[in-house]
Design a protein around this ligand. Sequence first.
Ligand SMILES: *[C@@H]1O[C@H](CO)[C@@H](O)[C@H](O)[C@H]1NC(C)=O
Ligand SMILES: *[C@@H]1O[C@H](CO)[C@@H](O)[C@H](O)[C@H]1NC(C)=O
Length: 413
Amino acid sequence: MCSNRSRTTSAIEYRMRLTVLLFAASLVAAWSLLDYMPQNLLNLDVTSKWDSEPAFSALEDYIVDDKFSLLKLHRGLMEIESISGNEHKVALFLSDYLKKAGLSVELQHVERDRYNVYAYIGNQRNTTTVVSSHIDVVPPYIGYSVDGTKIRGRGACDDKGPLAAQVIAYLDLYYENKIKEGEVSLLFVVGEENTGVGMRTASEKLGVNWEYAIFGEPTENKLGVGHKGIFVFDIEVFGRAAHSGYPHLGVSATEILIPILHKIQNLELPESELLGPSIVNVGKVEAGVAANVIPAYAKATIAIRVSSDLDEVVRLVHSVVDDVEHVAPVTGRTTDPQYLDYKVPGFESIILAYNTDVPNLSLPLKKRFLYGPGTIHVAHSDDEHVENQDLLKSVDGYRRLVEYILSLENATE
Ligand SMILES: *[C@@H]1O[C@H](CO)[C@@H](O)[C@H](O)[C@H]1NC(C)=O
Ligand SMILES: *[C@@H]1O[C@H](CO)[C@@H](O)[C@H](O)[C@H]1NC(C)=O
């Protein structure tokens, strides 16, 4: 009994010490995190210092409820480097921002310290519509700057411009009482630029239900008609090395590979009226060791951007490769072409040639829209920027899209 009690006491003491220690550790962690945050941007006072910087005098802002500034949010997001894999800080920044705006916010764990941000009004997690964009960017990081009416830097249009405009449009509708609990939510995901793991985790594990989705990507403020799918695969040839003077002693891997590549480039691939032709790119070829050695090995990496009938494209590739001796069986990864909804009064449309997170949102949806400010022609480049007016215009675009969807829903009720 006695020894038992003393053990209990020391266990309590131990637990107390641990609590104090953990508390201290979390203080230190919170402190170092705050250190990284652009504090003036978390502080929602619109009259903070940089508003009067000369560079900003050329810019026009969109401010909701005297507090939520489009330019400030955009800058806050861009000043936090969030190259795919390193989205932790930007997720916390966004979550804090949305909480301050009065929304319910969940951080969804994806892996390691990577989190998606899910926000909605009140308690109803399921909403008719989800408005989404991605919080990761491609490398290298390029800092925020203003050049006349252009806002420059990594993420300016891909994807922090669309993201900021979505948040401001959402808050505007919310503060005007135009959206209610259960109608619209915000979802910001990690990893769109490489694996799509954020959106896949959201659709598989968030346990929610949506009927319409608005995706934010740079589409020049037009509605994306859709984008091509993709079939990426390797062709590997295993020959036998020999002296080039005695070719009958070897099997040349390049002599086998080259005619195959020729055939693949000349395949009659399916086309689509909406998305145009399917396009072959032999992106990488590796073979051989020297001019006087018959190459034992050759490999080509090929991407076909598929505008229609992915299965037929895969079948055609197999028909070229499958029966050739010395060639390894072809495997690869595929994504179907995506067809989006683009017929909305007051919007123009645009055909896109890039991949998005759209296929990774695997829930059955009634309609999917893709829309945002800026152009893909500068996204991922050193010249990434967005025009101030386009950013402003997209706030209105997102508002109108949400209102259009709500009107469809009310009409069917
Ligand atoms: C998910 O998104 C990534 C990145 O955009 C893309 O490469 C991948 O093909 C998508 N996955 C599926 C299953 O469509
Ligand atoms: C929300 O959607 C999920 C997934 O479809 C479902 O399991 C759940 O019951 C829904 N919740 C409510 C309150 O409707």
